[in-house]
Design a protein around this ligand. Sequence first.
Ligand code: COA
Length: 155
Amino acid sequence: MSIRLATSADAAAIAALLNTLIADRDGTALNVSVSSDEEADYLRRLQQGGLCLLAEEIDVPLGFQSVEKLGPELGEIGTFIRQESRGLGVGRLLLEETRRWAQGKGITTLLAAVAAHNERGQRAYRAWGFTEASAGLLETLGHAPDSVLLEFRTD
Ligand SMILES: CC(C)(COP(=O)(O)OP(=O)(O)OC[C@H]1O[C@@H](n2cnc3c(N)ncnc32)[C@H](O)[C@@H]1OP(=O)(O)O)[C@@H](O)C(=O)NCCC(=O)NCCS
């Protein structure tokens, strides 16, 4: 398996992966499928201060992890692994790379907003070292009552 920066050229592959999860209501709040063009726009926006890493096995995308910058030292993370490749540590490996990138950018805290009913998502993030977001963060950001906010210190 290899991990590399995703670019807008990966938009179709990432949209296809995401659309499978959207159709299955599997770990995403999105309920309408995304087009390749929309995904390409999103990836271009992420390039301005954020990150999208793609894990792949001989050109087959296994999953991706993105970070949107919320503030100088704060980013919001999302992780989407295709169903056949879960429980193999792909998400954890992506987080190791994301953490290195965040340290280089001075991002000290990664925030994950996980749906309250998404137990697998919460379990995975907690297994990777995320903990309940501090009261200060909750106050600054506010959050939907049906989601759980978890934070991860990158240092
Ligand atoms: C949540 C999600 C990102 C986790 O990704 P993943 O690559 O499966 O995660 P990992 O494999 O690193 O770890 C998840 C579990 O597999 C276990 N695991 C890790 N490496 C393993 C290995 N080599 N063999 C067996 N199990 C392993 C971990 O211990 C963890 O188990 P636990 O949750 O029972 O403690 C993935 O399930 C997913 O994409 N879900 C849908 C989208 C979603 O919910 N995203 C989160 C909100 S943004």
